[in-house]
Ligand binder design. Structure first.
Ligand code: AMP
Length: 210
C-alpha cells in the first residue's frame, strides 16, 4: 500500500506514520527527517534547505521533488511506503502523480490552538529522530531518548514565531491538497485531537487494517 499522511505541525502525523510503517512493514519516508539528516551532515542539500527550515518556510519545490524522486526510486519503496510531510504543495502532488500511484491520503486534522500548545512541549532525538511530548508522550527521562539513549532537543523550528509561520504556510499551501485528493477519491480525514492510541484506531479502521 502506498500511503501519504499530512496534517498541521503537531498533528502527530510522524508518530502515526511510524506506527503504520511498523504495522505494515513498509518504510516510513519523512521529508523533514531527510532534510534534518542532511543539515546535520552538512551536505549540499542540507545547506540549501537549512535557511528555509529555520524560518518555518517550505523548501522550494524543485529541490524537494528531486529529492523525493531519488528516494522513491530505491528498492525498499517499490511495494509500499508511508510518505510523511510530502507533498506539501499542489506542484509537489502533481510531480508525485507522475512518479507513482498513491492509494490513500490521510489528513490528520487538529486546530491551530492545539498545534501551538502541542509543539510547545515537543522534544526530538538528535540522533534517531524519535519525537516525544513532555505531556502527551513523555520519554522516561526528560532529556534522553528511550530508543537510543541520545540527548533530546527542542527543534529550532519549534519556537512560537516559527510555529505560527509554519501554520500559515500550511493553510495557504498544503490545505489545498485536501480538494486535490478528494477529486481523486483518495482523501481520508482523521481526527487528530484525541490521544495517540485513539487516532491510531481510527486510522486502522478507515484503512481496514486489523
Ligand atoms: P517536518 O518535520 O515535516 O515538519 O519538516 C520540517 C521542515 O522541512 C519544514 O518546515 C520545511 O522547511 C521542510 N520540508 C519538509 N518537507 C517538505 C516539503 N514536502 N516541501 C517543502 N519543505 C519541506
Amino acid at each position: 500500500m502506498k500511503l501519504l499522511i499530512f496534517g498541521p505541525q503537531g498533528s502527530g502525523k510522524g508518530t502515526q506514520a511510524e506506527i503504520l510503517s511498523e504495522k505494515l512493514d513498509m518504510p516510513h519516508i519523512s521529508t523533514g527527517d531527510i532534510f534534518r539528516e542532511n543539515v546535520k551532515n552538512q551536505t549540499e542539500l542540507g545547506q540549501k534547505a537549512k535557511a528555509y527550515m529555520d524560518q518555518g518556510q517550505l523548501v522550494p519545490d524543485d529541490i524537494v521533488i528531486a529529492m523525493i524522486k531519488n528516494r522513491l526510486s530505491q528498492t525498499d519503496a517499490n511495494f509500499g511506503f508511508v510518505l510523511d510531510g510530502y507533498p506539501r504543495t499542489i506542484p509537489q502532488a502533481e510531480a508525485l502523480d507522475r512518479i507513482t500511484k498513491i492509494d490513500k491520503i490521510l489528513e490528520v486534522w487538529i486546530s491551530d490552538d492545539e498545534s501551538l500548545m502541542r509543539l510547545g512541549g515537543r522534544r526530538s532525538c538528535q540522533k534517531c529522530g524519535a519525537v516525544y511530548h513532555l505531556k502527551f508522550n513523555p520519554p522516561k527521562n526528560e532529556s534522553q531518548c528511550d530508543k537510543c539513549g541520545s540527548r533530546l532537543i527542542i527543534r529550532e523550528d519549534d519556537t512560537e514565531a516559527v510555529i505560527k509561520e509554519r501554520l500559515q504556510q500550511y493553510h495557504q499551501q498544503t490545505e489545498p491538497l485536501v480538494k486535490y485528493y478528494q477529486d481523486q477519491n483518495k482523501h481520508i480525514k482523521i481526527d487528530g485531537m484525541p490521544p495517540i492510541i485513539d487516532v491510531t484506531s481510527e486510522i486502522f479502521s478507515k484503512l481496514f487494517i486489523n
